[in-house]
Design a protein around this ligand. Structure first.
Ligand code: F6R
Length: 264
């Protein structure tokens, strides 16, 4: 796992946006996995700016989102479809056939989950997956205790995650309890993973998943087994890491050819 600690969240987002942009430049038909939430907002904004300024075509990319609420209309301001349209898809002018988000309004959840897995199989593999992390160490909405072998399925959010997701819902009752989420195995099948975490509220989860034991109690800790993971942090999220100096040294001493993926 490569741990990259930046001066602040904005710089971490800029660096990761350059990495995504350079991937698209190199591979115009990139299959990209996307996350929602507050963490990747800056990354998406900077990615749109970079793509615009370099006049890059995104007509051939395909995207798969990690998750969607169950029982929330796609047009609801709190749905992840609304989030993605507002923060990325419309700005990039993606066609409807280019992006995929689980259908939270489906009649049959198991069928929808299988359908989503089939789509990833048919159009994938996901070549670059962007992740955030929950305070409890979840990735996607694989809450603690989720099977490392899991695939896309229905999950129940913890009360802590529900409260963290409350912003766009008008009452506590309205905050969804269920999601369709890619499973941990689905995420692990991605060829490369970029995880971002910002703020002191993520420091415990970050230290636990990077340096703690691999355990279903900290779902992100399975990433220790993935051969290509980059973690972008701000100093607050990195504050509880024991080997911080070493990670910083590794990044500072990176050979120039390894820095090409970050070039502007
Ligand atoms: C969102 C997702 C979640 C979030 C996590 C952090 O699609 O899969 O794992 O990445 O809950 O959310 P924020 O970024 O709002 O702190």
């Amino acid at each position: 796992m490569e741990v990259i600690v930046c001066e602040n969240a904005e710089k971490a987002s800029a660096l990761s946006a350059r990495l995504v942009k350079n991937k698209i430049k190199k591979q115009p038909d990139l299959v990209l996995g996307l996350a929602t939430g507050s963490t990747p907002l800056q990354l998406y904004k900077q990615l749109v700016d970079l793509i615009d300024s370099e006049n890059l075509s995104v007509k051939e990319i395909t995207t798969f989102n990690l998750d969607e609420y169950v029982g929330v209309a796609a047009t609801h301001p709190g749905s992840y479809q609304t989030y993605m349209k507002k923060n990325l898809f419309e700005a990039l002018n993606l066609r409807e056939d280019q992006w995929h988000i689980p259908n939270g309004e489906c009649q049959d959840v198991s069928q929808e989950c299988q359908h989503y897995e089939n789509l990833i199989d048919a159009k994938g593999p996901i070549q670059l997956q962007i992740l955030g992390i929950g305070r409890d160490g979840h990735i996607g909405f694989n809450e603690p205790g989720s099977s490392f072998g899991s695939r896309t399925r229905l999950k129940t959010l913890t009360e802590e995650t529900r409260q963290d997701n409350a912003l766009l819902f008008s009452s506590t009752e309205e905050i969804p309890r269920h999601v369709i989420t890619m499973g941990i195995q689905t995420i692990m099948d991605s060829e490369e993973i970029v995880l971002l975490a910002f703020g002191a509220q993520k420091a415990d989860a970050v230290a636990a998943f990077i340096e703690g034991p691999v355990s279903a109690s900290v779902p992100a800790s399975i990433l220790q087994f993935h051969p290509r993971v980059k973690v972008f942090l701000d100093p607050q999220a990195a504050a509880k890491l024991s080997h911080l100096d070493y990670y910083q040294e590794v990044f500072a001493q990176k050979p120039s050819w390894q820095m090409l993926e970050f070039e502007s």
